[in-house]
Write a protein that binds this ligand. Structure first.
Ligand code: SF4
Length: 650
């Protein structure tokens, strides 16, 4: 019988070898920083369970985050390490856990080079092929001496030997993204005049020596692959011509596979951790250009989130493996769901970068906006519990996650939502141009809520009396927040020209003419994108400071700014709003006050909690839990996490 799955996936679930290691399918998890090991690089339970979950979900090859070769080579505080034998035992447990589900696991090994700072790498000055400052961390790196280079080469080899002792199935050398080896490889950072700088054959010497040293330590029959940035996307950076030469060299050395990534962190993630504004599989054509000229397996990466896209890349000869990094955070069970033909059950990565990249920079364990279980696999074991009657008020992501967790624990769950649909503020988020895939999260939550038999009542405005009469064992208040009206600005409150950003994004009002958006946070610039795309007139964003959406990933913000600027949106930085007068919006800039012709004022001035019920239900004591924006308006991720936790522990 031909099943739907076997028709759709001709290659994705076929095994393929890297060296002598047979990988059960073509879906790989490329390296991602977890921030879960201890500060000295030891594996924790959280770390082990995180990787095990991906193996349970059917990923054929898992490539770990970057393991350290010495204590000073880390870019973040909590990086896994294999610079001493004592570290082997814990990491071996992780490998064993992954193997118990049939997946293969490679150990990525790196040195961060200048992409670090003295706060995280033991107080030492950062190191690079040549003196230079990393644009993010700003510390000035010093030039490595030749003796130090030789020491590092030896340490890379030793770390590889320990990885083999842990039971890993192979090694990936991280030679991309601007880290130390990448810095040696590229004119962008390597300005040496000795045998490690200048022509390509010298710039590649450090990597070649590392590879040889590792090979000596692990033997000929142990796979070693190299990850590098084919296209660096920065001034004087590598392009495909040189990348193809490097790929051929790697093959000649005996490297077993190539992981073709792109970009440098100093080019603000453009080719590495890509947001919703980048196209799916945008780096795959570079992988194809390498695959055409080598006979070893090539992996393609870069925003490959959908198994159908992955299959297409394999069938069309772009690659032999597809790296689905963030997709594995959003849904660690993606491969199994795809194999079973359950494509609509897959939770898609929406490219928000909030809880993955965002947590990396904050140096806290990784998570995922659309999957609150990431990093908490050790905590959410779903042991049987006494069933309870749970009432959830509010059907945004916080309330829906609460409903899902509570229903999965076997509780009898009812969800009240005052609007005619579930999704809350996330519905508006998905209306911005470039953010369409945000709506897949709302779809996924709706689908799961229905599948779990949660009783949903729409158009239900909860009163305290209703809640008491319902008689729940647990009440979770997830009523969210509403847009703040800056009443302190004369003329704003009550003026018919003043509207909320969310109403614009959801198409409830259609402003035209001279439009001023107040507030330069992410909602402000997203609303500008929406209005500019729809050619609604003369759009300006009034921003008190000189930055826009500074809490967001700057790669994403750069896209939005460029989108707006191409459509002639004006960014009025360092402008103070004095008043909305009858004849216009009065603004002050550099001490000069001017009245601007205005048809509409769109407010994106933050949110305030909606939590009136909390006070009214005080008599219910600890039966009531308040979560998300109803406590304090924050990121969507916080609402989802708190909701899931409240539902799980209801
Ligand atoms: Fe994707 Fe956002 Fe989850 Fe990161 S946090 S994996 S970008 S959905």
């Amino acid at each position: 019988m031909i099943t739907e799955t076997s028709t759709m996936f001709k290659k994705l679930f076929t095994p393929f070898k890297i060296g002598n290691c047979e990988i059960p399918n073509r879906i790989a998890v490329p390296a991602m920083v977890t921030n879960m090991p201890t500060e000295d690089g030891y594996a924790t339970e959280q770390f082990i369970k995180y990787y095990e979950e991906k193996a349970k979900g059917g990923y054929g090859l898992i490539i770990t985050e970057d393991y350290l070769i010495n204590p000073n080579g880390k870019g973040y505080k909590h990086v896994a390490a294999l610079y001493e034998d004592a570290q082997i035992e814990g990491h071996a447990k992780m490998v064993e856990a992954v193997h118990s589900h049939g997946s293969k696991i490679f150990c990525q090994i790196y040195h961060c080079g200048r992409q670090s700072n003295h706060f995280v790498n033991g107080g030492v000055q950062t190191m690079a092929p040549s003196p230079s400052a990393d644009p993010w961390n700003r510390d000035m790196a010093r030039e490595l001496t030749v003796d130090e280079i030789h020491t590092f080469v030896r340490q890379f080899g030793e770390a590889a030997g320990r990885a083999k002792k842990c039971g890993f199935d192979g090694i990936e050398i991280h030679a991309g993204h601007g880290y130390l080896i990448a810095a040696f490889l590229s004119f962008h950072q390597n300005h040496r005049t000795d045998e490690y700088g200048g022509p390509l054959i010298n710039r590649v010497r450090f990597l070649h020596e590392i590879y040889d040293e590792m090979r000596k330590n692990v033997g000929d029959d142990f796979p070693i692959m190299i990850r590098f940035s084919a296209v660096e996307g920065t001034a004087n950076g590598r392009d495909l011509g040189e990348a193809r030469v490097l790929a051929k060299m790697f093959e000649e050395w005996g490297v077993d596979a190539i992981n073709c990534s792109n970009g440098l962190y100093s080019s603000y993630n453009d080719g590495i951790i890509a947001s919703t504004w980048k196209k799916p599989a945008f780096g795959a054509s570079n992988a194809k250009a390498l695959k055409e000229i080598v006979n070893i397996p090539v992996m393609a990466v870069n925003r490959i989130n959908d198994p159908l896209v992955a299959e297409e890349l394999l069938q069309d000869g772009y690659c032999d493996f597809v790296g689905m990094a963030r997709a594995s955070l959003a849904d660690p069970h993606l491969p199994n769901k795809a194999k079973e033909g359950r494509l609509c059950d897959i939770r898609q990565c929406i490219g928000c970068l909030q809880a993955c990249a965002g947590h990396t920079y904050q140096q806290i364990p990784t998570c995922c906006l659309v999957n609150p279980e990431v990093g908490k696999e050790y905590k959410y074991t779903f042991e049987p519990t006494e069933p309870k009657k749970v009432l959830i008020i509010g059907g945004g992501p916080g309330g829906m996650n609460a409903a899902i967790a509570a229903a999965r624990r076997g509780h009898d769950v009812t969800l009240w939502e005052k609007e005619d649909r579930l999704g809350g503020q996330f519905i508006a988020a998905g209306c911005t141009p470039g953010k369409g895939d945000y709506i897949t999260y709302v779809y996924s939550l709706n689908r799961t809520v229905n599948q779990l038999g949660v009783k949903v009542e729409l158009n239900k405005e909860a009163t305290a009396d209703d809640v008491r009469a319902f008689g729940a064992d647990k009440v979770i208040i997830a009523t969210g927040g509403v847009g703040r009206v800056p009443e302190e600005i004369p003329g704003i409150a009550g003026d018919a020209r003043v509207i909320m950003a969310e109403d614009v994004l959801r198409g409830r009002v259609n402003p035209e003419g001279y439009i001023y958006i107040l507030g330069g946070g992410s909602v402000g610039i997203e609303t500008a994108c929406y209005l500019a795309d729809a050619e609604r007139g003369h759009i300006s964003i009034v921003i008190r400071r000189d930055v826009v959406a500074d809490k967001e990933d700057q790669g994403k913000v750069n896209f939005m700014r460029a989108f707006c600027e191409q459509r002639h949106v004006k960014f009025l930085f360092k402008h103070t709003i004095n008043e909305l007068a009858e004849d216009g919006l009065v603004l002050t800039h550099n001490g000069e006050t001017e009245t601007h012709k205005v048809d509409w004022v769109v407010l994106s001035c933050g949110y305030v909690p909606v939590n009136g019920l909390v006070e009214e239900l005080k008599d219910l004591g600890d039966k009531v839990v308040v979560i998300g924006d109803a406590v304090k308006c924050r990121d969507a991720e916080d609402a989802g996490n708190e909701g899931f936790d409240a539902g799980y522990f209801a």
